[in-house]
Design a protein around this ligand. Structure first.
Ligand code: IPM
Ligand code: MG
Length: 363
């Protein structure tokens, strides 16, 4: 198979972790007889520096022409002046929207070897295996009006959270379909006791649920969900929720797994690539970590695991995806750690060394 991938390495640790992901893809492609074509393009702060725009037209065109996109991370203090006209994050939101990637899948799996990396008790996190399905192209991230007006002491700002029933229904359908391949439980998370969009969300969620009588649906208020996530995370299978709630809950859930550096994500839409699979964007859930950028110590595993998701979702290469996931699991079982997940008695590795350790374990 010919795998045409656009790589948006981005800012901060983005290029360091993306490089390890590409290495793993190259090895897998060579081993399984696939032709890998990677093209680099600019997104975020590096794009602003070069072109003045966070999402240059050329980058958008390259992503649209690729089968899948691999993204490192965007942003950093250099571009975070609140008065700045362009922000790196606009590039990320822009490419999600431009490619129609309405569903963001964030699997949260607690590896046995990493139980001690979590700040929670082992009996609470052991065996956790959930999937957060976050709506990605609607809600407060894209609603208008958004902005600021007035001068001191009358400054004001507004954000708007619109959701249409079509946006909710397609996200819930995706969640139910995915639940069918898992434990058949969907928790639909909202704030229906306060927000009108959440009341619509709940109504539509139940209409879609009627099409999936074999899957159980439960409504959970987002504040309660944030508590249950750390009290009894084992009770969750699929969590489906709107953009902002999904952003917040997935960082919280990352702490079950020990570190943001472990969590991959897949963003999917309705568009298919030329192989008949969904065109997708794959990225670690962590950010650009400017404090450790350039030091070669960032954990590349979230990015490497994102590459596994890419092979599965955008190319249907399940065997290759599983090979990457088990290589990661073996590296962890062998006591290899990056700084974010290190514990006494384990071996501390840098970014490239961890990439190499995974490569060695790719059977
Ligand atoms: C994420 C990030 C982004 C988001 C930021 C960088 C815009 O936090 O992917 O979770 O809020 O979606
Ligand atoms: Mg986030």
């Amino acid at each position: 198979m010919n795998l045409k991938i656009t790589v948006l390495a981005g800012d901060g640790i983005g290029p360091e972790v993306a490089a390890q992901g590409v290495r793993v893809l190259q090895t897998i492609a060579a081993r399984h007889g696939h032709a890998l074509e990677c093209h680099d393009a600019l997104l975020g702060g590096c794009a602003i520096d070069t072109t003045g725009e966070a999402l240059p037209a050329d980058t958008q065109a390259q992503c649209a022409a690729a089968d899948a996109v691999l993204l490192g991370a965007v942003g950093g203090p250099k571009w975070s002046d609140p008065k700045a006209k362009v922000r790196p994050e606009q590039g990320l939101l822009g490419i999600r929207k431009a490619l129609g990637l309405f569903a963001n899948l964030r699997p949260v799996k607690v590896y046995d070897a990493l139980i001690d990396a979590s700040t929670l008790k082992p009996e609470v996190v052991r065996g956790v295996d959930m999937l957060i399905v976050r709506e990605l192209t609607g809600g407060a991230y894209f609603g208008t009006p958004q902005g600021r007006s007035g001068e001191r002491p009358n400054r004001q700002a507004v954000d708007t959270t619109p959701y249409s029933e079509a946006e909710i229904a397609r996200l819930m359908r995706m969640a139910f379909e995915l639940a069918r391949g898992r434990r058949r439980k969907v928790a639909s998370v909202d704030k229906a006791n306060v927000l009108a969009t959440s009341r619509l969300w709940r109504e539509v969620a139940h209409e879609v649920a009627a099409e999936y009588p074999d899957v159980q649906i439960e409504d959970v208020l987002v504040d309660a969900c944030s508590m249950y996530l750390i009290r009894n995370p084992l009770s969750y299978d699929v969590i489906a929720t709107e953009n902002l709630f999904g952003d917040i809950l997935s960082d919280e859930a990352a702490m079950l797994a020990g570190s943001m550096g472990m969590l991959p994500s897949a963003s999917l839409g309705e568009q298919m690539n030329r192989h008949g699979f969904r065109r997708g964007l794959y990225e670690p859930i962590h950010g650009s970590a400017p404090d450790i950028a350039g030091k070669g110590i960032a954990n590349p595993l979230a990015t490497i695991l994102s590459c596994a998701l890419m092979l599965r979702w955008s190319f249907g290469l399940n065997e290759e995806a599983a090979a990457i996931e088990s290589a990661v699991e073996r590296a962890l079982a062998d006591g290899l750690r990056c700084r974010d997940i290190a514990s006494p008695g384990t071996t501390l590795l840098g970014t490239a060394e961890m990439g190499a350790a995974v490569l060695e374990r790719l059977a």
